[in-house]
Design a protein around this ligand. Structure first.
Ligand SMILES: [Mg+2]
Length: 231
């Protein structure tokens, strides 16, 4: 293994699905309020961070927020599993082909860096038959702050493949400035794709090494990834 490519999920590999509706229902069930869920930005944040921010904005004390989180995620993840059965995620153009190209490459290891809890990540990817290529990851249930997730993913990758990835062997791919920031924080290369809620100007301003409109030419995207790691 010579390089490790760490993918974000929402806005990068997939979009749509029932997550926001299910998350909103779970907030009402556990906390009795949603906070400003319709206007608050979810992009690039971990599940726990989103819940905490919304409940702080709703005026709940920290102790109440902390106490509710385990039940919130139980409700949310059970609801997500049920909801995805009828409303699967939409795979973004070229994402499946790109993952297949990288998976076939003997020098490339694949993982996830996502704000989703591990089970949520698996459920979302499984709904589009894309969970198998990602044996490791850093997840929202590992840490509320995304900047810590690449390091956690790389520790797991080192153990899984019995190697030691240098930060310069690692590429973090996502659709938000927060994805770019977490990759930079770890010292990895960063690739940003404009299939979420941020345009190229915002992702260039965040300092991404490469900014892509989408994955519609997966062969070209894979070549750009390899050239980053070789540089
Ligand atoms: Mg995303």
């Amino acid at each position: 293994m010579e390089c490790l490519v760490l993918f974000d999920i929402d806005g990068t590999l997939v979009r749509g699905g029932p997550a926001k509706t299910v998350f909103t229902d779970a907030l009402i069930e556990v906390y009795g309020t949603t906070g400003p869920v319709e206007t608050h930005s979810f992009g690039g944040k971990t599940d726990g961070q989103i819940a905490r921010e919304l409940m702080e904005l709703a005026g709940l004390p920290k102790e109440d927020i902390d106490r509710g989180l385990p039940a919130l995620f139980q409700h949310y993840l059970d609801g997500l599993e049920a909801g995805l059965a009828s409303t699967p995620m939409d795979l973004l153009t070229g994402a499946g082909e790109l993952v297949a190209i990288l998976e076939d490459h003997s020098d490339v290891a694949l993982g996830l860096v996502t704000g989703n809890h591990r089970r949520g990540a698996q459920l979302k990817l499984n709904s589009v038959s894309l969970d198998a290529p990602f044996p490791i990851g850093g997840f929202g249930c590992d840490h509320e702050h995304r900047n810590h997730l690449p390091g956690i993913a790389v520790e797991r990758a080192d153990r899984h493949w019995g190697v030691s990835f240098d930060p310069r062997d690692v590429v973090v791919i996502g659709d938000t400035p927060a994805d770019v920031e977490c990759g930079q924080w770890f010292g990895a290369h960063t690739v940003a794709v404009c299939t979420g809620h941020f345009d190229a100007d915002a992702l260039v301003a965040a300092g991404a090494d490469v900014v892509l409109a989408d994955f519609s030419d997966p062969t070209e995207v894979a070549e750009r990834l390899f050239s980053l790691v070789d540089s």
